[in-house]
Design a protein around this ligand. Structure first.
Ligand code: NZQ
Ligand code: ZN
Length: 389
């Protein structure tokens, strides 16, 4: 077991009827609040009015930025940072899914510098030394953004979608009320489920030493998603299902499961290139890629890890030959994504074209290789893309 530091000080209010604490939490950081949200779902679900009520009750002054897009764009970050500077904002309140949270987290950093916000993501890779405090109210269980220091931003001009982790942007407080996810569509619920599973796979399927305690924790979270995502899709107001998904999304990507394991992520860099060009939903791209990536990486060396996963998560008969167990596990995953969750299963169905494979593959591995479960260079990634057609 490698040595590591675990230090995630986000304060979480989990469950119903916690919004009464919003005013006191925001007040810790100052008087002037920038409320950020997406395309309007928070108004449809009545959350906007409740949030405004709590802010006003606490005697705070509120400014707003709406229209943050799924796969949030650098222009939204720029707009938010400018408001923070013009209005001398003390604290940002992000209400929405991962896109709203990510954009807001990067606004909080961009508000503290004079350079352009994209300099955090381009070759400049400007340092992130400080950020304004961010509070979040999550409305979609998927990314873990509510409890991690990452954020992924798109730049349509350069066709880049780039994620970066920076400690100053970690949310200080997050409100996780499962009832706020009751209105998430079956499609977005499915994509969120795939996303959190993929976050677990990215750590679970690496060749570094495993930690038994963390592996069993991850297997438990995978089983949780497999059990509750279909229930949430069929019965959107099932509190138990929504609560289990929400807390899993946070713990899948708050660095707890890393446990000091050396790992490169594999499916995420590939997927971000799909979203960068085609603006598809992140979880959908991951669903199409993941079983193909697993098939591509399966060999005599990696088979034991697949056997562990397939027997513990999918209850595949452990007396079968290792390769057979691994293949059955991958088949069960495909069945779960494409039949149970009903997601599209090929690039062809969602309009992703072969002509873009070389550039997407090159950018995914940064001209070198992704060193996850198996090293993947540009040619490997192009082959995985071809398996997705
Ligand atoms: O914009 P609104 O109107 O709010 O609608 C959103 C959006 O259309 C809607 N929605 C959200 N909550 C809802 C709701 N609709 C009805 N009821 C609700 N309660 O859902 C749509 C998708 O929202 P979005 O925020 O884009 O989804 P998600 O949470 O999946 O976030 C995806 C983004 O996060 C990035 C992805 O790449 C993508 O850009 N990621 C961020 C990570 C991180 N910060 O750690 C890690 C992930 O791997 C991921 O890359
Ligand atoms: Zn993800």
């Amino acid at each position: 077991m490698n040595s590591f530091v675990y230090d995630v000080p986000t304060k979480v209010y989990f469950g119903e009827n916690q919004l009464g604490h919003l005013g006191e939490e925001l007040s810790r950081f100052g008087k002037r609040v920038l409320l950020t949200y997406g395309g309007g779902s928070i108004k449809k679900i009545g959350l906007y009015d409740k949030v405004i009520h709590e802010i006003q009750k606490a005697g705070l002054e509120v400014f707003e930025l709406s229209g943050i897009e799924p796969n949030p764009r650098i222009d939204s970050v720029r707009r938010g940072a400018q408001i923070c500077k013009d209005k001398q904002i003390d604290v940002l309140l992000a209400v929405g899914g991962g896109s709203t949270l990510d954009a807001t987290k990067w606004m909080s950093a961009a508000a503290c510098v004079d350079h352009d916000a994209w300099d955090f993501f381009n070759a400049t890779w400007a340092p992130v030394e400080k950020a304004l405090p961010v509070v979040t109210i999550l409305t979609l269980a998927a990314t873990g953004s509510e409890m991690n220091a990452g954020g992924v931003i798109s730049n349509p001009e350069t066709q880049d979608k780039i994620g970066r982790v920076a400690r100053p942007i970690l949310p200080r407080v997050s409100f996780l009320d499962p009832t706020n996810t009751y209105t998430v569509s079956p499609f977005q619920t499915a994509c969120g489920a795939v996303d959190m599973m993929s976050h677990i796979f990215e750590i679970y399927f690496t060749m570094d030493r495993d930690i038994y305690m963390l592996d069993t924790f991850m297997e438990g979270m995978l089983k949780t998603v497999i059990k509750y995502a279909p229930i949430a899709m069929k019965d959107p107001q099932n509190y138990e299902a929504r609560a289990n998904l929400m807390w899993t999304s946070s713990w899948a990507l708050n660095t707890f499961v890393n446990g000091g394991k050396q790992h490169d992520w594999s499916c995420h860099p590939m997927e971000h290139e799909l979203s960068a060009i085609y603006d598809i939903t992140h979880g959908l791209g991951l669903a199409i890629l993941t079983p193909r990536w697993m098939e591509y990486c399966l060999d005599e060396t990696t088979a034991p890890k697949f056997v562990q996963w397939a027997t513990s998560v999918w209850d595949i008969d452990p007396s079968l030959p290792a390769m057979e167990i691994a293949r059955q596990g991958i088949d069960r995953l495909s069945h779960f994504f494409f039949d149970t969750l009903g997601l599209q299963s090929t690039f062809t169905e969602i309009g992703i074209k072969k002509e873009d494979f070389p550039v997407m593959a090159r950018k995914a591995c940064g001209n070198g290789s992704i060193n996850g479960l198996k090293p993947l260079n540009q040619q490997d990634i192009e082959k995985i893309f071809e398996m997705c057609l």
